[in-house]
Design a protein around this ligand. Structure first.
Ligand SMILES: *Cc1c(COP(=O)(O)O)cnc(C)c1O
Length: 339
């Protein structure tokens, strides 16, 4: 491993997760891998290549630049939030509002995002008829319709209420002549919990990266974290008892100790946190004092230390979610694939 902060991507864990999800949803052909935001921080190119090699046919990204980067690897790419468009057989642009439709060039493939209850973006159930008229008027090609669940990972029946709303929209679209288009609603949590086998694809994000965010009684599918974060040693020193380290001198050495700085900080997307409640690395070393922009201090002299190998555990410490821990990691950190 190079001597600098590095992210390893475990190919075997990634494929384990895809296997588990394929078993749930019926086949690998039904999995659309969600690769938005640099593949949740894992590295867009790397994850796309691995997924394609595994036999995944569909991907979901945030913008056109991401779609172009991985165009050659998939049969279809759904683009969730683009304001730039391109007529391309593989690209399907999500329609997030009625106002957006006249701005999309003729001939573009679009998928209706249907707001079934999350009330973020998407076309309301009552607006479907109007959306279809606008799509027709502006010469767009409707290739699918989908929805997103706000509480698929929560112990409640909200998921089923949204699914019911989506069923009505499907009916409406089918009876308007769109019976050949693809319909999809499930994210990872919904796919693990209550996958609808009649839907064309599931949009699997966090699950493919190794995190099952469902409360235990729902689903005990074991997924394995794909990403591990390493930092490498910059400088070592002996801290005498009573000497203090880092900005503010927040940590006072309780005894003589050998400490070293490592090349990771909040500038790399690592969480700064609270020095009074330090994070403990995957190897059991508490971060000493404050996290700097590019450095942390640890009581260690090793060339390389594993900072995090389970983003869910780290997220728990920082009061956030696994998604944020990995997505925040700078794209400038080197990523390498390991078996
Ligand atoms: C991000 C996203 C997903 C993936 O959700 P996970 O919880 O990571 O599986 C699916 N669908 C849409 C519309 C998304 O924005």
């Amino acid at each position: 491993m190079p001597l600098m902060a590095t992210i390893t991507i475990s190919k075997s864990n990634f494929y384990h997760n895809l296997n588990q999800i394929a078993l749930k949803v019926g086949s690998k052909e039904k999995i659309a891998v969600v690769l938005k935001d640099n593949a949740y921080g894992h590295g867009l190119g790397i994850i796309a290549e691995l997924a394609s090699e595994y036999g995944i046919l569909h991907a979901v990204v945030r913008n056109l630049a991401e779609a172009r980067e991985i165009e050659g690897l998939f049969e279809s790419i759904l683009i969730l939030g683009s304001r730039e468009y391109e007529v391309n057989e593989k690209f399907n642009f999500a329609v997030n509002s009625l106002e957006e439709i006249p701005k999309i060039p003729r001939g573009c493939r679009v998928e209706l995002k249907n707001d079934t209850g999350m009330h973020r973006n998407g076309i309301a159930c009552e607006q479907i008829g109007e959306a279809l008229e606008l799509i027709e008027k502006h010469g767009l090609v409707l290739s699918g319709a989908f929805t997103h669940y706000r509480s698929a990972d929560v112990l409640s029946s909200e998921l089923f209420w949204q699914q019911k709303n989506f069923e009505k929209v499907k009916e409406k679209l089918r009876s308007s002549g769109f019976d050949h288009i693809r319909f999809h609603g499930c994210n990872s949590a919904a796919a693990l919990r209550a996958c609808r086998s009649d839907e064309a694809i599931v949009r699997a994000g966090i699950g493919i990266y190794g995190y099952n965010e469902l409360p235990f009684p729902f689903d005990d599918t074991m997924l394995k974290p794909v990403l591990a974060l390493y930092a490498s040693r910059v400088a070592t020193r002996v801290l005498r008892k009573g000497q203090r380290v880092g900005y503010g001198g927040d940590l006072t050495a309780p005894h003589d100790m050998t400490i070293a700085t490592y090349d990771l900080g909040y500038g790399d997307g690592w969480c700064r946190g609270d020095s009074m409640r330090p994070y403990t690395t995957a190897e059991g070393l508490p971060i000493l004092g404050r996290v700097s922009m590019d450095l942390i201090s640890l009581e260690s002299d090793k060339e390389q230390v594993c900072i995090m190998d389970d983003a869910k555990a780290a997220a728990k410490h920082f009061g956030t979610i696994s998604y944020e821990m990995t997505t925040a990691l700078s794209p400038f950190i080197k990523r390498i694939v390991v078996e």
